[in-house]
Design a protein around this ligand. Structure first.
Ligand code: NDP
Length: 446
């Protein structure tokens, strides 16, 4: 029988202070307890202890020279968590907050997310505490090259295929891919999120946001609803948020918020079309994007130090970062009649916020299901690279859409409660876990 408190106590002793990692493991254990106890073969093979420890962690220093010829040192990581169902796969995050706890939480989540996509990919994550904000193009290039000088030893198209995450977009992937290619003397699909001219897939940049909206569409359908005419709140304005804003608008919704670490913007006229293009231009030039928006579009208001969740909205898409939506935010959303909360980011809602949504029977789904379209399209990029061809936009989009529907179906199958409420947290964790645990059983103790 699974003794969650005992497992968590041991884990805490081994990983002191790793708050985010411990939070992610507890959530999964609580969801899978029942199915684990029903399958004694999992306990016989000690699956829990094997799945909550990463296969390996690489930590390295990245010295690089800034534009004023000063030598800077950052710390780099790659956490290879589990490869039972395929090569390690997961993004790289460049942000000053990056530490081992955050990367272990993300790598652990990635195991179950990748399992849900139906594609053969294991779980991993990596990154650095390097802050790309305010850096010149040349500094970013030198850092990416220094980072790859260590990372390339551990990765490869059949072993570990990193991608982007916070602070790592097409430009950074390009610099890292260039260095990898030179070091490994090969031109293969070792990173995903590549440029279209050198092995990238159509739709990959938008895939996480598009997929999140496709998933939310399936959630709404269970209530006979859709995006048309709905008010949508989005947080952040990065890779995930802009794709979600574009797709929600295409489906007839009005997106009224975006946010940054210092506050959020409310635009009652809707954030779409030329406004999104304006934001993308600001982003591409490394500038702060949230405040300048209100100068350009004066009907919009900026709320310093606040979260968008106090605005009245039908659908909430948190797309910024972990633990950005707390209990009070959840209570505000519920009070204002929110119908659906779909996590575009990884673990943006605190456990207390999730409890509020579930108690009030709000449609709520976790990042590992909602945002899996990003890694799924990375998987499609790997397939195209292996076949040495590229699929047209319609084909990638159609496959992405099918995958999101299939993930929704898995959540429904494993998460529907007696009263018909779908517990997407449980559904996603159980479906993701079963596939990986069974693969581990098949492959013996390794
Ligand atoms: P980006 O770096 O492109 O964007 C992050 C956005 O969130 C930026 O607009 C950033 O603002 C904002 N932000 C950062 N911290 C906060 C905060 N504390 N409060 C409010 N806004 C904040 O990252 P991505 O869009 O790639 O990633 C966002 C989330 O989605 C992460 O949780 C990531 O793990 C997850 N994810 C990403 C995938 C992808 O394909 N990119 C795939 C699956 C999940 P600013 O730039 O001003 O700091």
């Amino acid at each position: 029988m699974l003794n969650i408190e005992k497992v968590m106590n041991n884990l805490e002793k081994k990983n002191p202070g790793e708050v985010e990692f411990l939070q992610a493991v507890r959530e999964v254990l609580e969801s899978i307890e029942e199915v684990y106890n029903e399958n004694p073969q999992f306990e016989a093979a000690n699956i829990i202890e094997r799945i909550i420890d990463p296969d390996r962690v690489l930590m390295f220093k990245v010295p690089w020279v800034d534009d004023s010829s000063k030598v800077q040192v950052n710390r780099g990581f790659r956490v290879q968590f589990n490869n039972a169902i395929g090569p390690y796969k997961g993004g790289l995050r460049f942000h000053p907050s990056v530490n081992l706890s955050i990367l272990k939480f993300l790598g652990f989540e990635q195991i179950f997310k990748n399992s849900l996509t139906t594609l053969p990919m294991g779980g991993a994550k990596g990154g650095s505490d390097f802050d790309p904000k305010g850096k010149s193009n040349a500094e970013i290039m030198r850092f990416c090259q220094g980072f790859m000088l260590e990372l390339w030893k551990l990765i490869g198209p059949e072993t570990d295929v990193p991608a982007g995450d916070i602070g790592v977009g097409g430009r950074e992937i390009g610099f890292m891919y260039g260095m990898y290619k030179k070091l490994a003397s090969e031109n293969t699909g070792v990173l995903t999120g590549k440029g279209l001219n050198w092995g990238g897939s159509l739709i990959r940049p938008e895939a996480t946001g598009f997929g999140s909206v496709y998933f939310a569409q399936e959630m709404l359908k269970t209530k006979g609803l859709g995006f048309n005419g709905k008010i949508v709140g989005v947080s952040g304005f990065g890779n995930v948020a802009w794709g979600a804003a574009i797709k929600a608008t295409q489906l007839g919704a009005k997106v009224v918020t975006i946010s940054g670490p210092d506050g959020f913007v409310y635009d009652p006229d809707g954030i779409s079309g030329e406004k999104i293009n304006y934001l993308l231009e600001l982003r591409a030039s490394n500038q702060d994007i949230v405040k300048p928006y209100t100068f350009e579009f004066p009907n919009a208001q900026f709320f310093q130090g606040k979260h968008p969740w106090e605005i009245k909205m039908d659908i909430a898409l948190p797309c910024a970062t972990q633990n950005e939506l707390d209990k009070q935010d959840a209570l505000n959303l519920v009070k204002n009649g929110v119908i659906c909360v779909a996590e575009g980011a990884n673990m943006p809602s605190t456990p207390e916020a999730i409890e509020v949504f579930q108690e009030h029977k709000v449609l709520f789904a976790p990042g590992k299901a909602v945002n899996a379209g990003g890694v799924a399209t990375s998987g499609l990029e790997m397939s195209q690279n292996a076949m040495k061809l590229s699929w047209p936009i319609e084909e990638v989009d159609q496959r992405l859409h099918l995958i999101m529907k299939s993930i929704h179906e898995s959540c429904r199958k494993h998460g529907t409660e007696k009263d018909g409420y779908i517990n997407y947290v449980k559904g996603a964790n159980v479906a993701g876990f079963l596939k990986v645990a069974n693969a581990m059983l098949d492959q013996g103790v390794i």
